[in-house]
Ligand binder design. Structure first.
Ligand code: UDP
Ligand code: MG
Length: 319
């Protein structure tokens, strides 16, 4: 079994955090090498997702000082998922397995031992799952719950409370590389690969330095990306709403006719105004949902590259 590991870490404006991350990972990787869980030529791969601060300088100097580290710099900020994909595809033919994690080390790196043991036992994919969400705000807890429920009801095998802390074998990465979509939602795609999988439970910590790159707006965008990349249910919902309103308006028509023939034809202003607004709103909502899907189709058919690599550092002759 090839136990050369690449730890893939997307970084966006992480200058405050990276120094700490480099130190901790150096310790952890040395420990794993000593325990013979990974081979000596294992690496930590930082993917600079077009940062505007000193992130790349820090990565480059880490690579120059220590052969354990290597780096890839994307030409432009392409978002967490694309940066992760770039790193995984870069590592694919260089190692036996990868583990993806965030630069802020909120995910417990001591869980790596367990990840690797499961890999040794033949698992191709190992999911890191959070024990609890105590470190999250109540709002994030509730919205996350609702989101996972929604995704599961849409028929995905998404793993509850698993973010992007996971191990993937070379075989699983090869399979993943066949997925050509632009609308990338890895935690939805990976479970569709199949293979022997397992979970490792860990406690997630608070971010130590720097700030979250996922404010509410990005979180919502990400959730919407997840939903639209996996299900056409919202489109079907439009038909259901349309049908419902047609039935309702039939009742309305009957009511209007009865009042007309019974001579009680009223001014009717309120009813008309209300229904015009309501129907207008519903119609616009429906068109909006259609538009969202069409917009995504537009991006998919263009087949643009997900990312462009500008520069690399470290392990150049490692292929
Ligand atoms: N990240 C990235 N590109 C982006 C935004 C974020 O590569 O456009 C990285 C970021 O540097 C971090 C990871 O994605 O390593 C997760 O981001 P963060 O920790 O800010 O998210 P949170 O944990 O708050 O959800
Ligand atoms: Mg984080």
């Amino acid at each position: 079994m090839d136990n050369r590991l690449y730890v893939v870490i997307p970084c966006y404006n992480e200058e405050e955090m990276l120094g700490i991350t480099v130190g901790r990972l150096r310790e952890k990787m040395t420990e794993l090498i000593r325990k013979r869980l990974i081979s000596e030529n294992s690496r930590v791969l930082f993917v600079d997702d077009g940062s505007r601060d000193k992130t790349w300088e820090i990565i480059r100097s880490a690579c120059e000082n220590d052969g354990l580290f290597c780096g890839v710099r994307l030409a432009h900020n392409r978002g967490h998922q694309n940066a992760l994909m770039a790193g995984m595809m870069y590592a694919k033919n260089r190692c036996g397995c990868i583990v993806s994690m965030d630069a802020d080390l909120q995910d417990d790196i001591d869980a790596l031992d367990e990840f690797l043991r499961k890999y040794e036992n033949g698992c191709e994919i190992v999911y890191g799952v959070r024990n609890s969400r105590e470190t999250d705000t109540a709002f994030k807890r509730c919205t996350a719950r609702a989101f996972y429920k929604l995704m599961r009801s849409a028929g995905t095998d998404i793993v509850y409370d698993h973010a992007d802390y996971r191990l993937m074998s070379g075989k699983a990465l090869e399979a993943l590389s066949e997925y050509g979509e632009t609308n990338l939602f890895l935690r939805g795609i990976v479970p569709t690969l199949g293979f022997k999988t397992s979970c490792v439970y860990y406690d997630r910590k608070e971010r130590e330095a720097g700030e979250s790159k996922y404010p509410l707006r990005k979180m919502l965008e990400f959730a919407f990306e997840g939903i639209t990349s996996f299900t056409v249910r919202p489109l079907r919902l439009i038909s259901v709403i349309g049908l419902l309103f047609s039935v309702l308006s039939a009742f309305g028509l009957a009511y209007a006719l009865i009042s007309y023939f019974s001579g009680a034809a009223v001014k009717g202003w309120t009813a008309i105004v209300c229904s015009v607004w309501l129907l207008g709103g519903v119609l616009m909502l429906c068109i909006g949902v259609l538009g969202e899907y069409i917009g995504r189709i537009y991006f998919e058919v263009k087949h643009r590259p997900r990312y462009i690599i500008d520069e690399t550092a470290g392990d150049k002759d490692d292929e």
